[in-house]
Design a protein around this ligand. Structure first.
Ligand code: AMP
Length: 192
């Protein structure tokens, strides 16, 4: 079983790259953002709660997100492995995640961090907002808020995983063509 965290700020290409990995490795893709958006679309109670945070570029509370992630893993118990996209995003989520994985006899195989400059992220998110109509991508203030949340609460996880996983932590330049980035990611995975 192979379990990968695809890490990076909003707009760094995690969702795009996750698709390539899923296709070539037959892993289960878990994107907490996608699950929240599906719930918003279906007007569930979770969706209602999540949208009040997402529309302002804030994080959905840790416990809600952790519960969601755990039930998602449990519902794919026959999977070959997982690619986690957009989770964890806080130290509390990372700690809860580690306990959960241990309980399930699972372990993290790799953390791959996509590196993209802040100016490029803002341009990409504004463009995505035009194409996808995603509300949290269509307003520059919300985008800046999301990047600030990443800098304040999420980026610290890079050090956390660099220290705990050592050779299983990889930084990849995410400011190149989609194909080149995908090639590097698949190389890293095939060597693990
Ligand atoms: P994403 O699609 O990963 O960019 O996530 C969109 C939004 O969903 C984020 O800005 C958060 O509001 C929420 N979200 C997604 N994943 C998480 C998470 N792990 N923890 C808290 N909020 C999250």
């Amino acid at each position: 079983m192979i379990n990968i965290i695809l890490f990076g700020p909003p707009g760094s290409g995690k969702g795009t790259q996750a698709q390539f990995i899923v296709e070539s490795k037959e892993l289960t893709h878990i994107s907490t953002g996608d699950i929240f958006r599906k719930n918003i679309h279906q007007k569930t109670t979770l969706g209602n709660l999540a949208s009040s945070y997402m529309n302002e570029g804030k994080l959905v509370p840790d416990q809600v997100t952790i519960d969601l992630l755990e039930s998602e893993i449990d519902s794919h118990s026959l999977s070959n492995g997982f690619i986690f996209d957009g989770f964890p995003r806080t130290i509390a989520q990372a700690h809860a995640f580690e306990l959960f994985l241990k309980k399930k006899n699972m372990h993290l195989s790799l953390v791959i961090s996509l590196e993209v400059s802040e100016d490029e992220l803002i341009q990409r998110l504004l463009k995505r907002g035009l194409d996808s109509g995603r509300r949290d991508d269509s307003n520059q203030d919300i985008i800046r808020n999301r990047i600030q949340v990443y800098n304040n609460q999420t980026s610290v996880l890079k050090n956390h995983y660099q220290n705990s996983l050592k050779q299983s932590f990889f930084s990849i330049d995410g400011e190149r063509s989609i194909d080149l980035i995908a090639r590097d990611i698949l190389n890293v995975i095939s060597e693990c």
